[in-house]
Ligand binder design. Structure first.
Ligand code: DX5
Ligand code: ZN
Length: 222
């Protein structure tokens, strides 16, 4: 039997005025990971969350914090996110001159290391660092904002990453981020994704009487 798909709601689409409650709510609703998008206004054109917020959110969920760092240079901030309570720390290869060393640093801090491929980044960047990876994150939008359309052009890259993971025989998660909804989730899963980030698809009904995070999460699992 295949393992159920993991769902990682992105709190970028949550109600920032009630972030602790939102994290608790998605946890109760069945979130496997809490996806935290960290943006610096330089590597990507948006500003979001720093380590102090991650630390403040930590008591609101026992699920792993999946921190997606979209900051450059990233090295000076990795330890701060580890100390704040991140469990998985994912970096982009373009976020510093020595991404191999950055992945080593994440592992040395006792955290799981993730590598994020932008839509314009080729899958071959994985090859020299496969032995250091616990998670591969394929972007299906250009990073910076929630609510963008899924780029179907990235499906072959997901399949190519799946082949590479299977060749290692190790457990490496294959996570997809951007434009995931019930239809695109199916397309990503069909080519080998096992973990789906979802912002708008989970939080579209945020805070309102109609909020149904558990239903949204369950439907994405397919
Ligand atoms: C985009 C972020 C995503 C984003 C996804 O830069 O990395 O995690 O929140 O949002 P949706 O699911 O709405 O595309
Ligand atoms: Zn993300």
């Amino acid at each position: 039997m295949t393992k159920p798909v993991r769902i990682a709601p992105s709190i970028l689409s949550a109600d920032f005025a009630r972030l602790g409650e939102e994290v608790a709510a998605i946890t109760k609703a069945g979130a496997d990971f809490i996806h935290i998008d960290v943006m610096d206004g330089h590597f990507v054109p948006n500003l979001t969350i720093g380590p102090a917020v991650v630390k403040a959110l930590r008591p609101h969920s026992a699920q792993p914090f999946d921190c997606h760092l979209m900051i450059a240079p990233v090295d000076p901030y990795v330890a701060a996110f580890a100390e704040a309570g991140a469990d998985i720390i994912s970096i982009h290869p373009e976020s510093g001159p020595h991404p191999h060393r950055t992945l080593q640093m994440i592992r040395s801090l006792g955290k799981k290391a993730g590598y994020v491929l932008n839509p314009g980044t080729p899958v071959e960047v994985l090859d020299p660092v496969m032995d250091l990876l616990d998670l591969i994150l394929i972007m299906t939008v250009n990073p910076g904002f929630g609510g963008q359309a899924f780029l179907k052009s990235q499906l072959p890259k997901i399949a190519a990453a799946r082949q590479r993971i299977n060749a290692t025989g190790r457990e490496i998660l294959l996570e997809i981020d951007g434009g995931i909804n019930e239809a695109t989730a199916k397309e990503a899963i069909a080519v080998g994704a096992d973990t789906l980030v979802a912002g708008n698809a989970v939080f579209a009904s945020q805070g309102g009487k109609g909020a149904d995070y558990a239903g949204a999460i369950a439907r994405l699992r397919g």
